[in-house]
Write a protein that binds this ligand. Structure first.
Ligand code: 4AD
Ligand code: MG
Length: 465
C-alpha cells in the first residue's frame, strides 16, 4: 500500500512519527555534502522550516542525484530519525527518491540565495518559494482568518458588496471604469457624448473604491455587518503604502456612536496582532531575525498599550509646536501626510493614536457633522511605520443634514437615491470603519513595501501577472 504523504509542518509537530517510515514531497532549497553523504533541505510551503533529507551515496547512483538541484521538486520516502547533526530536531534517511521536476541551475531565477526584495518583485511568479515570502503569505492567511473569527465571534454578519458599481463611495472620483463598449468607436448620443445607455449595465460603471455605502444598507437591516473584499483606486500614488487593488475590511454597526466605533477598532486590531503572534510565531521570528529585530517588540507593544485618543485640532497643535520641519507644512485644515501621522505616533506619543473630528472639507460627505459647523465625527487610527491604518466615522443619520452636504458638494443625487432611503425610513445613529488589509499585513510582517505583502501587486504601470 502506498504511504500517505505527511506535510513537513506535521513531521516536526508529531513526535510519534520518529522511527516510522514517512513520505514527504516538496522543493529542494539546497543540497550539500561529500562523496559519502549528501544533505537535501526540502521545503513544502507548510512551514518556514526545511526538512533535512540524508542521502547515503552507497544506496543511490549519480543518475538519481544529478537532477536534484535547488528548485527541483521531489518525492522522498524514508525513515524519520532524531537528527545527529545541529540545526534540526529530526531528519529523513532516504530510501527512495523520485524527481517530479528539475530546475536547471543555469536558468532557475532563485538558484542563488540572498536576492533583494526588488529583484524578487520582478519574479512574483516564483517569490513565494523563498523563506521571506513563504512567511509573509502564511501570516497573511492567518490574519484573514483572524478577521473572520473576530467578527463571527461577536455576532457580525459577513456581507458581500458589489465590486462593479455605479456610485463613487468616497467621492474622490479615482475609479477604474468597467465597460463592454467598443472603446475605439463608442456609441454617441445626439450631443456627441458617449451613450452609456448602450453599455452592459445601461449606465456608466466602475470598480468599487469601498463597500461602505452598501454596508450601511446591511447594518441598518442586520445590525452588525462587515465586508472583506477587494477595492480599487486609480490614484497615481506610487508610494510604499498604496496599491491600485487592495483588500479592505469594513464593519458597519447600527446604534454605534463614534466612541463605540473607536473601541471596536482598537479591540479589532489588537486581536489580529495577538492572533498572529500566537499562530505565526515561527514566521514572525524569522522576519524579526532577518529584517527588523524590533518587530516582535513593536507588535507586543501595540497589543499592550492603550491607543491615545485626541482631536485633529489637538494633533495639529502638537505638530505646529513640535518645531520640526516637515516636507508638507502643517496648519489647521490640511490633510495629514504620513510624515505627520508618524511623528505623532513614533516621536510624540510612542504608541498608536486615534485622531478624531477632522475638518469636513478633507473628509467624505457621509460623515456626521459636529455642532461647530467645521468638523465631522471622523476617526483615523494611526500606526507606527504605517501612518493611517484605519479610516472611519460616525455617519450622518439626519436626512436633511446629509442632503445639504450632498448639495454643497454637487454630488449627483440621482445616483444616491437608494442610500438616502436609509435616512428616510427608520434612520438610526450608526458608525463604521475601513481597515486596509495590506497595511495590517505590512505592520505585522514588518515589511517596508506594500508590494511585498500582496501576491500580485497592482500599481501604476504594473499588472504583469
Ligand atoms: O480611509 P479610506 O479611504 O476609507 C474608506 O474607504 C471608508 N469607506 C472606510 C469606512 O469607513 N468604511 O480607506 C480605509 C483604509 C485606509 O485607512 C487604508 O488603510 C486603506 O483603506 N487604504 C489603502 N490601502 C492600500 N492602498 C490604497 N491605495 C489605500 N487607500 C486606502
Ligand atoms: Mg482615509
Amino acid at each position: 500500500m502506498a504511504l500517505n504523504r505527511t506535510k513537513i509542518i506535521d513531521i516536526f509537530a508529531n513526535g510519534e512519527l520518529i522511527g516510522t517510515k514517512v513520505s514527504v514531497k516538496g522543493w529542494v532549497r539546497s543540497r550539500r555534502g561529500n562523496k559519502f553523504i549528501q544533505f537535501i533541505a526540502l521545503n513544502d510551503g507548510s512551514t518556514i522550516h526545511n526538512l533535512q533529507i540524508v542521502v547515503n551515496l552507497e544506496q543511490f547512483d549519480d543518475e538519481t542525484l544529478r537532477p536534484i538541484t535547488t528548485g527541483a521538486s521531489l518525492h522522498v520516502e524514508g525513515t524519520l530519525v532524531a537528527s545527529q547533526g545541529k540545526g534540526q530536531s529530526v531528519e529523513v534517511q532516504a530510501e527512495s527518491i523520485e524527481v517530479y521536476g528539475t530546475a536547471d541551475p543555469e536558468t532557475y531565477p532563485l538558484q542563488k540565495k540572498g536576492h533583494t526584495l526588488e529583484f524578487l518583485r520582478e519574479k512574483a511568479h516564483l517569490r513565494m518559494r523563498t523563506n521571506t515570502f513563504g512567511a509573509v503569505f502564511r501570516i497573511r492567511h492567518h490574519l484573514a482568518f483572524a478577521v473572520h473569527k473576530f467578527f463571527n465571534d461577536r455576532g457580525f454578519f459577513y456581507l458581500n458588496t458589489p465590486l462593479i458599481t455605479s456610485s463613487d463611495a468616497e467621492g474622490a472620483g479615482e475609479m477604474f471604469q468597467v465597460t463592454t463598449l467598443n472603446v475605439k468607436m463608442p456609441p454617441r448620443d445626439e450631443r456627441g457624448s458617449i451613450d452609456y445607455s448602450k453599455d452592459f449595465f445601461g449606465k456608466r460603471t466602475s470598480l468599487t473604491v469601498s463597500g461602505q455605502l452598501e454596508g450601511e444598507l446591511g447594518a441598518t437591516s442586520l445590525g452588525l455587518i462587515y465586508t472583506f473584499g477587494p477595492t480599487f483606486r486609480a490614484e497615481k500614488s506610487n508610494t510604499p503604502r498604496h496599491l491600485a487593488e487592495f483588500w479592505m475590511i469594513e464593519p458597519e454597526m447600527a446604534f454605534y456612536e463614534i466612541e463605540d466605533n473607536m473601541d471596536l477598532a482598537e479591540e479589532f486590531i489588537k486581536y489580529c496582532v495577538s492572533y498572529a503572534l500566537e499562530h505565526c510565531r515561527d514566521d514572525i521570528e524569522f522576519l524579526n531575525k532577518m529584517y527588523d529585530n524590533t518587530l516582535i517588540e513593536r507588535l507586543e507593544h501595540v497589543v499592550k498599550e492603550q491607543f491615545v485618543r485626541l482631536t485633529y485640532t489637538e494633533g495639529i497643535d502638537i505638530l505646529v509646536n513640535s518645531g520640526k520641519k516637515f516636507e508638507f507644512p502643517v496648519k489647521w485644515g490640511v490633510d495629514l501626510q504620513s510624515e505627520h501621522e508618524r511623528y505623532l505616533v513614533e516621536q510624540h506619543f510612542k504608541r498608536p493614536v486615534i485622531l478624531t473630528d477632522y475638518p469636513k472639507e478633507i473628509k467624505a460627505f457621509y460623515m456626521k457633522q459636529n455642532d461647530d459647523g467645521k468638523t465631522v465625527r471622523a476617526m483615523d487610527v494611526l500606526f507606527p511605520q504605517i501612518g493611517e491604518i484605519i479610516g472611519g466615522s460616525q455617519r450622518e443619520e439626519s436626512y436633511n443634514k446629509l442632503m445639504a452636504r450632498i448639495e454643497e458638494l454637487h454630488i449627483p443625487m440621482k445616483d444616491m437615491w437608494w442610500y438616502l432611503e436609509t435616512r428616510k425610513f427608520g434612520t438610526v445613529p450608526h458608525s463604521g470603519f475601513g481597515l486596509g488589509f495590506e497595511r495590517l499585513v505590512l505592520f505585522v510582517t514588518g515589511m517596508a513595501n506594500i508590494r511585498d505583502v500582496i501576491a500580485f501587486p497592482r500599481t501604476p504601470g504594473n499588472a504583469e501577472y
